[in-house]
Structure formats: C-alpha cells, structure tokens
Design a protein around this ligand. Structure first.
Ligand SMILES: *[C@@H]1O[C@H](CO)[C@@H](O)[C@H](O)[C@H]1NC(C)=O
Ligand SMILES: *[C@@H]1O[C@H](CO)[C@@H](O)[C@H](O)[C@H]1NC(C)=O
Length: 460
C-alpha cells in the first residue's frame, strides 16, 4: 500500500506536469483536480485511522493533571520537543490558519480533532517522494471567500510558507494579501500557483521567478503594478495568466523566449510595441490575449511565425499600420481580433482564406480605419465571420464618416519597417485546395484563455 501511494505522489507530480504540457490545456484545466484525486486513489482509499491515531497533532492535547495526593511534583519532562511528522506539522499549520480566518461558507468546519488531516475539506494528501511519509500535497480553497477575522485580508505568510510538501496552491477568489513567501522557491515539487482574484498589491512577485518547478502561474484579477520582469519569460511556464491587474510599461525584449502556450495579459496598462521576439514562441504559443492595453506601433511581421496560434486578440489598444502579409501564415488561427485600434489599409485576401477563420472562426476588425476588402473577405462578411463595422470601407453600412476617415488619413505615421509588412515567411495559402475542406478538428477546440477574463476559477 505504501509503495503504491508513494508512486501515486510522483504520479501526481508527473500528472500535473504532463497535463499542463499536453496539447489540450482545456482538458487539463478541467480534469486536473479529479485526476489528482484519482491518481492518489483517494476515492477508493480504505480508512486510514490506523495511521491517523499516531498523529492526532494540532489538538493541543492536555498534559496529565498532577495527582492531588503526591506531595512533591514529578520532575518536569526533559524539554525535548517530539519530532513531528510532515502531516502533523501541516495539520498544526492548517488549524492555526483556520483560527485566523473568517470562513463564510463553513468550508473548514470539518477541520477538527475528529478528522484525519487528509479528509479536511480542500486538502489533498500524498506520500512524499522517497519517503513513507504522508503529506499535504495541495490546497484548494478556490472560491471559498476566506477573509481575515476582521473583514480584512489574509497574509500568505502563515500558510503558503509553512507546508514545504505542496505541489499546488489554488486559492482563487479569496482575500489573500501580502508578498509571496520566498520559502516556495525551496519547495521541491511546487507546480501550480493560483492566486487569482485576491488582494495582491505591489510589484510583480519576484519569488515566483525563483520557484524552480512552477508550470502554472495565475495572478489574474489582483492589483499588481509596475513592469513584468524579463526573467518571467525564461521560466518553463506553460500558462501565464496575469490579466486584469495594473501592470504597465513595455513588455521585455525577450518576451518571445517563453515556452508558454497560454498568455493572457489583457486589461492591464502595457504600452509600447509588441516585441518582435514574439515569433520565437512559434513552437508553443497557442493563445495570446493582449486586449485592453495601450500597446502602440505596428504589428511585427514575426507574428506570422506563430503557426500554432489559434487565438490572437489585440483588440482595444492603440495599434496601427496595415495587417502584415505574414498573417496569411497563421495556419491554425481561428479567432483573430484586431478590433478597436487604428489599423488601416486593405484587409488581405490571405487572411480571409485561412481555414480556421473560414470554418466558424471569427475575424473582428471593427472600429479601425480599413479602406478596402479583397474578394475572399466579402464572403466572410456575408457569413458574419468578419466584422468590419465602423471602418472606412466605401459602400458598406455602419462606417465612419468621410470626415473622420479623411482626418485619419492625414495623420498616418508610417511603420518603422514598412518593407517587412509585405514579407510572407511561409508558402501562401491561396488556391490551396485543402482550405476548402472543413477543418472539423480545429473547430472542435474552444478557446481556453477567454475564460480567464472572468475572475472566477478556470477549473470547475
Ligand atoms: C520560428 O520563428 C523564427 C523567428 O522568430 C524563425 O526563424 C523560424 O523559422 C520559425 N520556425 C518555424 C518552424 O516557423
Ligand atoms: C467575434 O468576436 C467578437 C469579439 O470577441 C464578438 O463580439 C462577436 O460576437 C464574435 N462573433 C461571432 C460570430 O462569434
């Protein structure tokens, strides 16, 4: 039994890793919790009282009362604290944590003397690798609305810094506050940190940059400010969700070194150009949400290298220039959203014939200054896949006024490298018969990252 469980723990670790690195993150996001439990066999696990009796810690068991008859008290016991098991130590931390929070839904009500630590709500146990020790492998307090005792916030210190066996810490939608304890950088198997929709303030938490095993980082919906450090993009992260904060400044030049598949940077205050290095992420980058920032300048042609990208959304920024011809190389793209910027020129044929877009995709160019559609684009318009409302296209309804379009034309600043915008780094797709075949497989995948624009957890 111990052997199996020990294997299970490693399996959990590997499962996390594998799931997050698998193609289908949506499955990973949906199934990770259950498969962790399945992996640990908790559903079918027989009762564990035998082990648990030994532990019984955290209860503050009372010392034996001195016998009234004895005239002289027994000598005090040697001041040697008993060594606590991993589980016992975590139990103490959890009970102390419970005593310091307001738990409006009573989620922690079974955290008491009569309950095995591993049966506490929100606790996942496993056997710590290379030992026979049961340990708390993960905490899941997603959407439990925990607060401090006085309707205030809860420090991360006191919980996240106290359980070195953690593989994940999922606390979406609570009131956690304060710096991320640097202890996490020494945790050997810490894979997932979800602090989304809490009360984090201040600069990007540098501690996560030193956490060696992290693959999943979710800091969405906090109040983080300042720049995003370049080291973030060197880390072997699969998912970076930092949308709906107050990050500002430019993205670092090495942005494209990230091996992440899912990047949501939406609804911050990022400025400057989208770094040309983005093309270097062509082996992995699948969904990119940049919407709702202050990005400016022209789109770099290197975006066309992103042959795995299914979602690219830069809507609601201050970007300008024409659509680079390289966009015709985005062979997997389904959702391309450039709406509400200052793009202009002709909408290229090569983009309108991309199979992912034609087959139930979405090409949103509303609220720009485009002046012309090439023929294939007109059929997308008819099938309502393409939205070009509020542009400058003669003969179409819902366009900007002539005056507005004229004034814009007079103010156009050319892109810094205009020749690059006609560069096509792939074989063009035009006239490719395969494009007429329904891309049924591609249609099946639903975008993942748009769900990150809702503050609540991504996992069910
Ligand atoms: C990936 O992008 C780089 C430039 O960023 C480019 O040199 C390389 O050819 C691309 N690889 C593929 C397979 O498209
Ligand atoms: C396309 O995307 C835009 C922007 O997200 C959305 O408003 C619109 O409803 C979508 N259109 C279709 C047909 O799905």
């Amino acid at each position: 039994m111990r052997k199996t469980k020990s294997l299970s723990f490693s399996f959990l670790a590997i499962t996390c890793f594998f799931l997050l690195h698998s193609q289908s993150i949506i499955q990973a996001l949906e199934h990770i919790a259950t498969s962790e439990y399945e992996a640990l066999g908790l559903a079918t696990e027989p009762k564990r009282e035998t082990l648990e009796i030994i532990i019984g810690g955290g209860g503050g068991g009372s010392a034996p009362a001195p016998s009234p008859e004895s005239s002289c008290p027994p000598p005090p016991p040697p001041p040697c604290p008993p060594t606590l098991s991993r589980l016992d130590r975590a139990r103490r931390v959890l009970l102390k944590f419970k005593s310091n929070i307001y738990d409006p839904t009573g989620y922690t009500s079974n955290w008491n003397e009569n309950t095995d630590t591993c049966n506490f709500h929100g606790i996942l146990c496993g056997i710590f690798p290379n030992t026979n020790d049961r340990a708390v492998a993960g905490l899941d307090f997603n959407q439990k609305k925990f607060q401090g005792k006085n309707c205030d916030t809860i420090p991360l210190k006191g919980i996240l810094d106290q359980i070195e066996e953690l593989t994940f810490f999922h606390v979406n939608s609570n009131s956690f506050y304060g710096s991320i304890p640097k202890e996490i950088t020494n945790y050997k198997y810490f894979y997932e940190l979800d602090l989304s929709n809490n009360k984090l303030v201040g600069e990007f938490p540098k501690e996560v940059l030193d956490s060696k095993q992290l693959v999943f980082l979710d800091l969405r919906f906090n109040q983080l400010t300042g720049s995003v450090p370049s080291q973030l993009f060197k880390k072997d992260l699969d998912v970076i969700f930092i949308n709906n904060n107050k990050f500002s400044q430019c993205l670092p030049e090495n942005f494209g070194s990230t091996p992440a598949r899912y990047l949501t940077f939406a609804h911050n205050n990022f400025v400057g150009e989208i770094p040309r290095s983005i093309g270097n992420a062509n082996k992995t980058l699948t969904e990119v949400l940049f919407l709702g920032n202050k990005f400016e300048g022209c789109l770099p042609y290197e975006i066309g290298y992103l042959k795995k990208a299914t979602v690219f959304d830069v809507s609601q920024n201050s970007l300008t220039g024409p659509i680079p011809a390289s966009f015709g190389c985005l062979e997997k793209i389904q959702f391309l959203n450039l709406a509400h910027n200052k793009f202009y020129g002709t909408v290229p044929e090569s983009v309108c014939v991309l199979s992912g877009i034609k087959n139930n995709g979405n090409l949103s160019l509303a609220g720009n200054y485009f002046t012309k559609l090439e023929p294939a684009c007109w059929s997308l318009l008819k099938s309502k896949i393409l939205d070009v409302s509020n542009n400058c296209i003669p003969g179409l309804p819902n366009q900007r006024s002539k005056q507005e379009c004229y004034e814009f034309q007079c103010k156009i600043k050319p892109c810094s490298n205009p020749q690059s915008l006609s560069y096509v780094p792939c074989k063009p797709h035009w006239g490719n018969k395969q494009n007429n075949a329904p891309a049924s497989q591609e249609m099946a995948t639903e975008p993942v990252t748009y769900k990150s624009l809702n503050p609540h957890r991504l996992r069910p």
